[in-house]
Ligand binder design. Structure first.
Ligand code: 5GP
Length: 115
């Protein structure tokens, strides 16, 4: 068994981070290194899927649940519009291999493509 991901450790309360929203199968936290006025992470409670391609193939309903949670958080914390980023693979900047969506909102600069 590999070590639990940082997000699993946060969900289990081993690493401090406020869980700002939760659904049956997903939860959200603030990114520790924000790249935008609003920068949240929406994460499945299970770390079964390493990236969004695996998630879409394995559980499209859970992917839809993540997007629904992202949308309501963007309404609650930003103006409603948002950018959703799934870094997929180390060469694209993915550092945590427990699938998660970056929710970027607020006054976004045109060129803030990634997170
Ligand atoms: P990735 O680089 O895999 O797309 O995104 C991982 C994100 O998790 C990064 O933006 C990073 O700042 C965030 N992150 C890593 N460790 C922690 C942590 O302990 N707490 C929080 N809130 N965010 C974290």
């Amino acid at each position: 068994m590999s070590e639990p991901s940082i997000f699993t450790r946060i969900l289990e309360g081993e690493v401090p981070s406020e869980i700002i929203a939760e659904t049956e199968n997903a939860f959200a936290i603030r990114d520790i290194h924000p790249q935008a006025p609003v920068h949240l992470l929406v994460i499945p409670k299970s770390e079964e899927y390493r990236n969004v391609v695996e998630l879409a193939a394995g559980d499209p309903e859970l992917l839809a649940e993540l997007i629904g949670l992202a949308s309501s958080l963007a309404t609650e914390h930003g103006g409603g519009d948002f950018r959703l980023v799934f870094n997929t693979g180390p060469n694209a900047g993915q550092t945590v291999f427990h699938v998660h969506a970056h929710v970027l909102a607020g006054e976004l600069e045109e060129k803030t493509l990634g997170a």
